[in-house]
Design a protein around this ligand. Structure first.
Ligand SMILES: [Zn+2]
Length: 217
């Protein structure tokens, strides 16, 4: 029996095994897994994962070899399906469902990632301002494996750039989540009420991240 549980915004796959006598936490292909005896409660498993959180985050960072973008690959950028096509020349840009990539063929991956990052950051800045009701400075993109977004005590927001490849309702939820942290630095009931007030799609987005999040890397 398997079930994904979100712990500190990290999806952990709880695997109950008949024969197992102990809990064992490990990372496989960028996915955190906890194998556990069938009778152990979710709550107990969750406590176990939390106790090993520092270790887990380190493992997640090291695991998950990131895939590289290929010529001819189909991606979905900010909700728009695009086919990556290397054309050479100087410009990289999208038109009619094609992301034409310039530069040398061996730099295709970097060119595509840079393009995704630029578009994603522009989208996040716009959406965050809309959610916050004011323009926000200090928005950064990172290549994080364990967290989709974060908000520092100074009010600086950062996001994993790969969210640009997730469905828009997922990205919008992460933006709403981090923008809400500007006023609520916790995950209290009030925090979730505020997130839902600006973006009602919370449950669906969390479910998507828990099930498909690792495919973005
Ligand atoms: Zn949070």
């Amino acid at each position: 029996m398997e079930k994904t549980i979100l712990i500190d915004d990290i999806p952990v796959l709880f695997k109950r095994r008949k024969g197992s006598k102990n809990m064992r936490l490990y990372v496989r292909k960028g996915q955190a897994c906890l194998s556990m005896p069938w009778y152990v409660l979710n709550m107990t498993g969750e406590r176990f994962v939390r106790a090993h959180m520092v270790w887990l985050k380190e493992q997640l960072k090291q695991s998950a070899p990131s895939r590289t973008f290929q010529d001819g690959q189909d991606i979905c950028l900010l909700g728009t399906p695009l086919r990556i096509q290397w054309v050479g020349g100087t410009k990289t840009g999208e038109k009619d469902g094609v992301l034409s990539v310039g530069g040398e063929a061996c730099h295709l991956h970097r060119r595509v990632s840079d393009y995704i990052k630029r578009q994603t950051l522009a989208y996040i800045e716009k959406k965050a301002a809309e959610y916050a009701g004011r323009p926000l400075g200090h928005i950064q993109l990172r290549d994080t494996h364990s967290r989709w977004g974060s908000c520092s005590a100074q009010g600086h927001l950062s996001f994993c750039w790969r969210l640009g490849l997730a469905p828009l309702f997922v990205l919008d939820y992460v933006i709403a989540h981090e923008v809400t942290h500007l006023s609520e630095m916790n995950h209290s009931y009030r925090f979730w009420q505020k997130v839902k007030a600006i973006n009602p799609d919370v449950a669906r987005a969390k479910r998507w991240l828990a099930t498909n999040g690792h495919t973005l890397h």
